[in-house]
Each structure stands twice: as structure tokens, then as C-alpha cells.
Design a protein around this ligand. Structure first.
Ligand SMILES: [Ca+2]
Ligand SMILES: [Ca+2]
Ligand SMILES: [Ca+2]
Ligand SMILES: [Ca+2]
Length: 460
């Protein structure tokens, strides 16, 4: 809690004020028309921008007239002085007509308070902040009044409200380094800067220190970082304050603030925007239709926020025969692999990925063939093809068969590529042809899927 200090008017300034007193020559002009200006100033302790001592602030305080004398710069360029009368008002009589300035020295100068013109105001929306002027070098709030012979009255209030915004993420972590946090009062928004010593806490400053706010609706608005939105805004001092939203900003009425020099705090909570972007899933393997002796499945996936799982399901004739998946645990990229053994046949691999929000990627589909059966090799009959029997031959020919197609053979380690066909042949093998040798020979027959059948035989 602070106490209000007296105006910072030093001895030298007082002396200067006396020297600047009205000049007798001007005051004595015989028929000059003059006017009277009555000034009332008040501390807006029930902070509604109006002078109404019948209303009580949460602290128990009420509006109170302030008897620190304003200084009047009359239309003739002279400074005028008046003491508070019995009602606590200042009556300046005999003022020359015309534009007149009324200066209010800051109790905690400069800028420790804000002055506002509440003359004829029906609500805080009608008050107007006084610009900063100067009385003998000291900053003042300065009101301008046109004095006429009917007399004028001026009602000026003083407030010292501060405003702070604590901005945090939903997990309570401070939202540090935000580009745009603004605190508002009157018709103004003030960019707020973050305290070095308190991350996530923002306040508005001007050349004289903290911005002091006009009574009325006190507001905050925040531009959340990309991917976030404002989840909630609350405000409190020692009590919870009533916050309402309009036009993307949040306000509470200053009349709820404990006292007119208090420092209420907004708490702005940011949350991540919902994840509406689905993952992408890519089939890395198989990359051809096969046939494969076994399926090596690999699906890679990515998501903007985090993956839950990657799935690859295998169908045969539209019926699910095998389901495989990997949990990813929230990483933004992941890989699912599965080695699947299946009966021979034609299959469809259907694959996708799901993110943590439940969005599912486009489901990909890929057709493959499984062939886990090795080729069959039979010795051909007929004397022109084969001479000999039971694994020992002068000449031998082989008939090769594979439903998934014969690809190639190796005879004694030497490869011979064959046109890929279900049926194929290796004919007229005898020592000296096709690397065949007298004695033991080894024939390995491969199908397209890589399955191999090995046959050993002896040539005479
Ligand atoms: Ca008030
Ligand atoms: Ca997503
Ligand atoms: Ca086969
Ligand atoms: Ca081939």
C-alpha cells in the first residue's frame, strides 16, 4: 500500500510562483469583463470515473475531494492561485475571459497518477484524460476551459490504476516473449512489455514509468502464438473481478477494483488449437507387386502435432487376414515395420496413420502377391532328353514349374537367366555343356519370389 505524497513543489518553485502572481496593472483594468471558475478535484477512490461519495469501494473507501490546490494559467498569461473553500472547492474569481488552463500537479510526479475531466460525465465513458502540461517545470495534468462571464465549473478526478497481464499456457507454463499483449483503458490500447524478472507477466509503460489507467472498463487483448488460442481470461486483485469479452478483448469494470491505486491482474490462459490436420502415411515396402516369399512391410508416417499409431492391414479377397500396427507415442514422425508370413496368394495391403487427436490419414492400398513355394524340378522322359536314371545320367533334361514363375537357374554356381514363366526347361545337360561336369553337379532353380529348389545329380 502506498501513501500519497504532497506535490513535488520545492521552495524555489514556490518562490517562482509568487513572482508569477497577477500583475496589478492588468487586474486593475477598469471595465474588463471577468468570470469565475470553480474547480473541484477528487480522488476517484470508488473507481468509476465519477464523483459520488455515496458509493463504497471494496476496500471500504469512498470518493474524496482533494484539497491540493490546482494552478490556473489565466487568459492573460498570469498564474492564479486559490485555496480550497469550506466545501473543498477552489473558486477563482476575476479571471479574464478566454482560454484558461488549469494545472494539477502529480502527487507522485510525474506520471504516478492520471487526471481526467469528469465535468458533466454520466459514466466513465464520458471522462477524458488530461494531457500532460507543465507548471514551472513540474509535469501536470492540464485542463483547458473557456472562461466566460457566466462562470465555469470544472470537475477533475484522479486515479492511479495499474494493470498487469499474466499470460500462461494451459499447463501453467508462462507464455514468454509474446509479440502482442495490450492493456486498455479509456479509448486507448497500450502495448505491454514483459518483465525481465517475471516471464509471462506483461505491463504497459510510458516515459514516466507504469501506465496509469483511466477508470472505466479495463481491458486486455493478446495475439496468441501460431497454433494457440485464448482459452480463458480471468482477473483479480484481492477479489475475483467480473470479466466479459467483446470484440476479441476482455474487460472488467474498474469499480470492482479494491481501490483506485490498486494493481489488478488479468490471467490469460492459452491453449493449443485443436489438431485438425491429418497425418500422412507412405508405404515404403513393398515397393513392387512381388511376388514375395514373405512380406516385409514398412510404412512411414508424419503428423504436424503427434502420431498415435501406424497401421498396415492385409486383405485377401476383401477379407482381413492380418492386422499389424505400431504405437508411435506422440512423435511427429514414425515408422511401422512388420514381417508377415502368408500362404501363397494375391493380397492387398491397406495402410494409414492416426494422430493423437484421432485424425486418420488417407488410407493407401497396394496389391502384392505372396509366393512361398519353391519351384518343382522333374527329370524329363524320352531318350532324346534324358539318358540314365535315379540321379545318374549321360544326358539329362529338367522340366521346371512354379506357379509364381521360374526366374533363373544356377548350375554349379553359374547363373543362367530364364524368361519368367510358370513352365521352363533346362535341356540336354551333359559334361561340357552349360558348365556341367562329369561327376556331381548341383542345379538350383529360383522362382521370381526368390524361393529355391536344389537338385544334385551325377553325370557320367
Ligand atoms: Ca468514483
Ligand atoms: Ca495432426
Ligand atoms: Ca513359387
Ligand atoms: Ca528371369
Amino acid at each position: 500500500m502506498r501513501t500519497r505524497s504532497t506535490p513535488t513543489l520545492g521552495t524555489a518553485a514556490l518562490a517562482a510562483a509568487l513572482i508569477a502572481a497577477p500583475l496589478p496593472a492588468i487586474a486593475a483594468e477598469a471595465d474588463a469583463a471577468t468570470g469565475t471558475l470553480t474547480v473541484t478535484r477528487f480522488d476517484d477512490r470508488y473507481a468509476d470515473g465519477l464523483y459520488d461519495p455515496s458509493k463504497t469501494a471494496p476496500s471500504g473507501d469512498v470518493d474524496r475531494k482533494n484539497e491540493s490546490a490546482p494552478r490556473v494559467l489565466a487568459a492573460d498569461g498570469t498564474w492564479r492561485d486559490a485555496s480550497a473553500n469550506g466545501d473543498g472547492d477552489f473558486v477563482f474569481e476575476g479571471l479574464p475571459l478566454g482560454e484558461t488552463e488549469v494545472h494539477f500537479l502529480f502527487p507522485n510526479s510525474p506520471g504516478g497518477e492520471v487526471f481526467f475531466d469528469a465535468t458533466d460525465a454520466a459514466s466513465a465513458a464520458d471522462i477524458e484524460q488530461l494531457p500532460v502540461g507543465s507548471f514551472l517545470g513540474s509535469p501536470t495534468g492540464v485542463a483547458s476551459v473557456t472562461v466566460d462571464s457566466d462562470g465555469e465549473s470544472l470537475l477533475v478526478g484522479m486515479s492511479a490504476l495499474r494493470l498487469v497481464a499474466d499470460v500462461q499456457f494451459a499447463d501453467g507454463e508462462p507464455a514468454s516473449g509474446l509479440a502482442t499483449v495490450e492493456l486498455g483503458s479509456g479509448d486507448s490500447w497500450y502495448p505491454a512489455t514483459e518483465y525481465d524478472f517475471q516471464p509471462g507477466t506483461y505491463e504497459s509503460f510510458w516515459q514516466y514509468g507504469y501506465i496509469r489507467h483511466l477508470p472505466g472498463d479495463l481491458g486486455v487483448r493478446v495475439t496468441p502464438p501460431a497454433g494457440f488460442r485464448v482459452a480463458s481470461v480471468t482477473a483479480a486483485d484481492v477479489n475475483e473481478l467480473t470479466v466479459t469479452e467483446r470484440d476479441g478483448a476482455w474487460y472488467f469494470p474498474s469499480s470492482e477494483v479494491l481501490n483506485y491505486f490498486w494493481n489488478p491482474t488479468f490471467t490469460v490462459t492459452l491453449e493449443e488449437l485443436p489438431d485438425t490436420t491429418r497425418p500422412t502415411a507412405t508405404l515404403v515396402s513393398p515397393s513392387t507387386a512381388g511376388p514375395f516369399s514373405a512380406l516385409d512391410i514398412r510404412v512411414d508416417a508424419t503428423d504436424d502435432r503427434g502420431l498415435n499409431r501406424i497401421v498396415a492391414n492385409i486383405y485377401r479377397d476383401g477379407v482381413l487376414v492380418k492386422s499389424t500396427q505400431s504405437a508411435v507415442g506422440g512423435a511427429t514422425s514414425g515408422t511401422h515395420t512388420a514381417a508377415v508370413v502368408l500362404p501363397d496368394g494375391a493380397y492387398t495391403v491397406r495402410y494409414n496413420a492416426q494422430d493423437l487427436a484421432g485424425n486418420i490419414s488417407r488410407t493407401g492400398s497396394f496389391s502384392v502377391t505372396v509366393d512361398a513355394t519353391a519351384p518343382t524340378v522333374t527329370v524329363k522322359d524320352g531318350v532324346s532328353f534324358t539318358r540314365g536314371a535315379d540321379g545318374t545320367y549321360d544326358l539329362v533334361s529338367f522340366k521346371l514349374y512354379d506357379a509364381g514363375k521360374i526366374d533363373r537357374v544356377e548350375l554349379n554356381g553359374v547363373a543362367k537367366n530364364l524368361t519368367n514363366n510358370a513352365w521352363s526347361d533346362v535341356n540336354f545337360v551333359k559334361p561340357g555343356t552349360f558348365r556341367a561336369v562329369a561327376g556331381e553337379n548341383t542345379l538350383v532353380v529360383y522362382d521370381v519370389a526368390g524361393n529355391a529348389r536344389t537338385v544334385t545329380f551325377t553325370l557320367n
